[in-house]
Ligand binder design. Structure first.
Ligand code: NDP
Length: 334
């Protein structure tokens, strides 16, 4: 193995509120020689995701916090460069949780082999990755059926646009909320949403009521806050909520008040189910098979916003909180 220097991003201080570039450092590390049973991988793409903001805080959560002064982790797609394990050969394409770095050494158990059939390979962070699986799992969780009217917040993002496209394939009427006219156009013209609106240009509830005068059956929540409050008002009796994310509160410095109208859960007999995608990894084979076919046949679009270079990874992550992405936000490593 030749001498390999890898650049990687460390968290060096815990942010308060919105993170800044000063919370991170780009460092270099020398990789150790490969041992028996190990695989050397060069990352081609890495993922930036809103949930990573929670891991920058200290304290217990469903995932452990990032350690200060160590490389952060996250989804990545890479190519095997060298292998001392029989399970992998140079040239194999793998996904892993070793993002935020250019190269890494792993055991076979830490790698998931994927096919080169579908390109670009960043699809394994988006439509065929964990964000796609999140959308897929969410629809299963509350048994979304044909004829359901489903409202999706954060609709033009990675999870949101996939949830909408998959719901359309199930025969639903799909309504989305997103933060710019360009995103609204993308949802209606490229993703087949029946209707989308810009939540920044008017009352969310008024726009939702206009889009669904008879109410909604399902709410796919990526945002929380005001969006959840509007959905609680618009849901019909026996409606269902997929509690996937709450990005509107991720950078809040004080606890946010809950929706003022939670009592709708009682009066309308609503069901609200939480979702953590890692619980669904056992379904990945079926998901990759079905959604892979949708991608190959053109029934489903993998939209992404690609930024090049590990030196831009932090600003790309921060861009998620400013709505800079349409579809999945990914960093291409050079
Ligand atoms: P996105 O691709 O949707 O990117 C984030 C988007 O959120 C932005 O583009 C922006 O779009 C919107 N946004 C940012 N700040 C705010 C705000 N203050 N209020 C409203 N919208 C905002 O990210 P993902 O698709 O990866 O994630 C979507 C949600 O799903 C997140 O909450 C995430 O944490 C959650 N998630 C949960 C998982 C689970 O297992 N439960 C797994 C994966 C994701 P816009 O311009 O429209 O405002």
């Amino acid at each position: 193995m030749t001498d390999i220097i890898s650049r990687e991003i460390h968290l060096i201080s815990r942010p308060t509120g919105m993170p800044t570039p000063a919370n991170f450092a780009l460092t270099q590390t020398h990789l150790e020689p490969l041992q028996d049973g190990q695989v050397l991988v060069r990352n081609l793409y890495m993922s930036v995701d809103p949930y990573m903001r929670g891991r920058m805080n200290d304290g217990k959560s469903y995932v452990p916090p990032f350690e200060l002064g160590k490389p952060m982790s996250g989804g990545a797609v890479g190519e095997v460069v060298e292998s001392h394990a029989p399970e992998f050969q140079p040239g194999d394409v793998v996904t892993s949780n070793y993002g935020w770095r250019e190269y890494f050494i792993a055991t076979p158990q830490e790698l998931h082999r994927v096919s080169r059939d579908i390109q670009p390979l960043s699809v394994y962070l988006g439509a065929l990755g964990l964000t796609g699986l999140t959308a897929w799992a969410g629809l299963y969780l509350v048994d979304v059926k044909a004829e359901d009217v489903i409202f999706i917040s954060g609709a033009a993002g990675a999870v949101g646009n996939m949830a909408g496209q998959l719901a359309k394939l199930r025969g639903c009427r799909v309504i989305g909320a997103a933060g710019s006219p360009e995103k609204v156009k993308f949802l209606q013209e490229e993703c087949g949403f029946d209707l989308a609106f810009n939540y920044k240009t008017g009352s969310i509830l008024e726009q939702l009521n206009l889009a669904a005068p008879d109410g909604i059956d399902v709410y796919f929540d990526n945002v929380g806050g005001e969006m959840l409050e509007a959905a609680l008002s618009a849901l019909r009796v026996n409606g269902r909520i997929i509690a996937c994310g709450g990005i509107s509160g991720y950078n809040a410095q004080t606890p946010q008040p809950g929706p003022s109208n939670l009592f709708n859960i009682t009066t309308k007999r609503l069901t609200m189910k939480g979702l953590i995608v890692s619980d669904w990894l056992g379904c990945r084979g079926e998901f990759e098979h079905v959604v892979g076919d949708y991608c190959r046949s053109g029934k489903l679009k993998n939209k992404e916003t690609v930024v090049v270079g590990i030196n831009n990874a932090v600003s790309t992550f921060l861009g998620l909180f400013e709505g800079k992405n349409i579809g999945k936000m990914v960093v291409k490593l050079e």
